[in-house]
Design a protein around this ligand. Structure first.
Ligand code: DX5
Ligand code: ZN
Length: 215
């Protein structure tokens, strides 16, 4: 069964208490928390302060997706805020290996995210050091965008790389995941589905999570 990681970016921020309760009582596995700095991506969302609140609101895994430049400057802050998994973008890191060691040294799981144009082959020399790859299936920065179909090809390539090396690395797909395409995403080899709009804009978020889980 896939891991379901609803993205809180699509939640109603005037009603976060209730949104968290819904997630906590649902089959959601992780909270996916999108941090945007207005530099790496053309949008600004939230930072460690809000993640501290989410940490207090749930016992589920806090999966923090950093869409920021110079993530190494903030690693410790996100650890202190309660992140369990910290994902940085390959495109934002000149010293990715060092950044990964820093994240793991603080006791978090480490993820690397790739923009749609970045080949999965660029992970070859870092794959054995990380816990998760986040393949962006939209250009990061906004929720509610359309899934880029070529991502399915990238999932297959990455699944092959991971299996050939005998590694246990999560493949997380982020952007435009819907009830209509989730089965093909899983069939291609992904095991973590991020879903923002699909979950929070649906009439019954808990039921939508259950439907994704059962795929
Ligand atoms: C996009 C974020 C995603 C986003 C997904 O930059 O990384 O996590 O919230 O939203 P949907 O599922 O609506 O595409
Ligand atoms: Zn994300």
């Amino acid at each position: 069964m896939p891991i379901i990681a609803p993205s809180l970016l699509a939640a109603n921020f005037l009603n976060l208490d209730a949104e968290c309760k819904t997630l906590n009582e649902s089959q959601a596995d992780w909270y996916h928390l999108d941090v945007m700095d207005g530099r790496f991506v053309p949008n600004i969302s939230f930072g460690p302060m809000l993640i501290e609140f989410f940490r207090k609101a749930t016992t589920k895994v806090c999966d923090v997706h950093l869409m920021i430049e110079e993530p190494e400057k903030y690693t410790e802050q996100f650890k202190n805020a309660g992140a369990d998994i910290l994902t940085v973008h390959l495109e934002a890191c000149n010293h990715l290996h060092r950044n990964i060691q820093q994240i793991k040294g603080l006791g978090m799981k480490a993820g690397v995210a790739l923009n749609p144009h970045t080949p999965v082959a660029s992970l070859a020399d870092i794959l054995h050091d990380i816990d998760l790859v986040c393949l962006m299936s939209v250009n990061p920065g906004f929720g509610g965008q359309k899934f880029i179909p070529f991502t399915l090809e990238k999932i297959k390539q990455l699944r092959k790389m991971i299996d050939e090396k005998g590694l246990q690395v999560h493949i997380e797909i982020d952007g435009g995941v819907a009830l209509e395409n989730a089965a093909s995403i899983i069939a291609a080899g992904a095991d973590v589905l991020v879903a923002g709009s699909t979950v929070f804009k649906s009439a019954d978020p808990a039921k939508t999570i259950q439907q994704l889980k059962q795929l």
